[in-house]
Design a protein around this ligand. Structure first.
Ligand SMILES: NC(=O)c1ccc[n+]([C@@H]2O[C@H](COP(=O)([O-])OP(=O)(O)OC[C@H]3O[C@@H](n4cnc5c(N)ncnc54)[C@H](O)[C@@H]3O)[C@@H](O)[C@H]2O)c1
Length: 264
């Protein structure tokens, strides 16, 4: 990719799944990367596993003070490495809970919104303030769950729909210095997905996906790398599904729900 070498990049949720693959991709592109993760042990493991990583900083993105402190620490690390300017934020940390709408407890609703929407806002605002004059790119992880309804994830879906409109609003306010875009992955094979889907559920889901499989985290990382690069210089305010055709169809796409996967 053009224009990623030597850039300073923060990846939230950079210790697992999509975020970890994204850290690896930006390191491969020659960027300086700081990962944010939730737990100290995850961060210690990421530091050991990801050669070249500048740091992995534990925080709760739902806490604005912890977010401010983590960005300040990243500033120091980038400055010590030779360039204090933050160029790219991959705003990706998130959680999900599979539960029926009628059984969602207020505390669960509040936690999902606090991490997935408030956390995205706190991190994006910190990055936006640092980029407002000298420019940069902010990339958000939404989901196809923020585009169409999915059962058992009402809180998650609402949070991801919020991320999409947060992206578009920021893109308007931060232009022309900062480009703000959002990726909307479909089903990605990560620890989050494995925690909530049995092997039978994964197979049944694959039969509904036009390309017939889950995404690899590296495939989402590749889209982030493109969107952060100079090649994406005319793209802002975009919401890009990366979903193997999951959201391409209307009623006709229901054919894919057949157990055989054969349209009739
Ligand atoms: N896996 C999928 O199928 C899928 C599909 C669409 C969107 N997404 C989104 O992609 C993003 C990454 O998901 P994943 O599947 O890689 O999940 P994952 O569970 O593998 O990783 C989640 C990451 O977020 C971090 N995190 C969680 N809570 C946090 C908190 N309170 N503060 C700071 N960091 C926190 C974790 O430390 C971890 O690094 C999420 O926003 C998720 O909603 C995932």
């Amino acid at each position: 990719m053009r224009g990623l070498e030597g850039k300073n990049v923060i990846v939230t949720g950079g210790t697992s799944g999509i975020g970890e693959a994204t850290v690896r991709r930006f390191l491969d592109e020659g960027a300086r990367v700081v990962a944010f993760g939730h737990r100290a042990d995850e961060c210690a493991a990421a530091r050991r596993a990801l050669t070249g990583l500048l740091a992995a900083i534990p925080l709760d993105v739902a806490d604005p003070q912890q977010v401010a402190d983590a960005f300040a620490r990243a500033d120091e690390l980038f400055a010590a490495a030779g360039d204090p300017q933050l160029h790219v934020l991959i705003n990706n940390a998130g959680i999900s809970i599979r539960h029926p709408f009628l059984e969602i407890e207020p505390a669960d609703w509040e936690r999902v919104i606090a991490v997935n929407l408030n956390g995205m806002f706190f991190c994006a605002q910190q990055a936006g303030r640092r980029m407002a004059e000298r420019g940069g790119a902010i990339l958000m992880t939404a989901s196809t769950n923020g585009i169409v309804g999915h059962p058992y994830y009402a809180d998650y879906n609402a949070s991801k729909a919020g991320v999409i409109l947060l992206t578009r609003s920021m893109a308007l306010e931060l232009a022309p210095q900062v480009r703000v875009n959002c990726v909307a992955p479909g089903y990605v094979m990560t620890p989050m997905q494995r925690a909530e889907y049995t092997p039978e559920m994964l197979q049944a889901t694959n039969r509904k996906i036009p390309l017939g499989r889950h995404a690899l985290p590296e495939e989402i990382a590749a889209l982030f790398a493109f969107l952060a690069s100079d090649d994406a210089g005319y793209i802002t305010g975009a919401v890009i599904p990366i979903d193997a055709g999951e959201t391409a169809g209307g009623l006709a796409s229901r054919d894919w729900i057949l157990p055989s996967g054969t349209p009739q």
